[in-house]
Design a binder for this molecule. Structure first.
Ligand code: ACO
Length: 169
């Protein structure tokens, strides 16, 4: 298993991975318009953390994406919005979603992010609760107002990231 951060830095190897992440999100989040997913995943301000597996069919450099979280950090305001979070159907409920979130929190803490917020799909609220997210928003509205869009289909949830906690231990 490999964990890696992928951004649209224009390199072919990054773009190949982003195409795979776009497919994963499109498959696991069927209600989201595909063009919207593509736009955010390829947006240069978004960061994606991915868990990859060597593809057993090709046994080579070709990799299978197990799961990913794509988020946009707003460094000035010290928060980040999680846009998409998904684990491949055949690998769900094995702890990968938790592992991904802990790595995202570690990267957030490292880069000065204090709060992660997301619009959780109804059926994902339980998952986000287990990851420390809450429906009560403590972050002052002035920090995120105008930066994140209201999204009808979801419940806004927030997680405070303590700078000195190692979430991956
Ligand atoms: N409801 C309640 N609990 C859940 C759910 C759920 N939908 N999904 C997982 N859990 C629980 C697990 O049982 C586990 O509990 P435990 O720690 O007590 O054992 C815990 O949450 C963590 O489970 P993981 O195995 O780490 O999570 P998984 O790898 O299955 O990933 C995820 C969870 C990402 C939600 C996955 O099920 C998925 O891809 N679902 C489809 C796509 C989706 O709904 N994504 C979120 C949409 S919202 C957004 O993207 C902003």
């Amino acid at each position: 298993l490999k964990y890696m951060m992928v951004t649209n830095d224009g390199k072919p190897e990054s773009l190949i991975k982003l195409v795979a992440l776009k497919s994963l999100f499109s498959k696991q989040l069927p209600k989201m318009p595909r063009a919207y997913i593509a736009r955010l995943v390829f947006d240069r301000r978004h960061v994606s953390l991915a868990i990859l597996n060597e593809n057993p069919a090709t046994k080579d450099t070709d990799e299978e994406v197990i799961g990913s979280i794509c988020y946009r950090p707003f460094y000035d305001m010290k928060f980040a919005e999680i846009a998409f979070c998904a684990v491949n159907a055949s690998h769900q409920v094995k702890g990968y979603g938790t592992k991904l979130m802990n790595l995202v929190k570690r990267e957030g803490a490292r880069t000065g992010i204090e709060y992660f917020i997301t619009y959780a799909d109804n059926y994902a609220i339980g998952y986000f609760k287990k990851q420390g997210f809450s429906k009560s928003i403590a972050m002052p509205k002035g920090r995120y107002q105008g930066l994140i869009k209201d999204y009808d289909g979801g419940t806004m949830m927030e997680c405070y990231v303590h700078p000195s906690i190692d979430y991956t231990r």
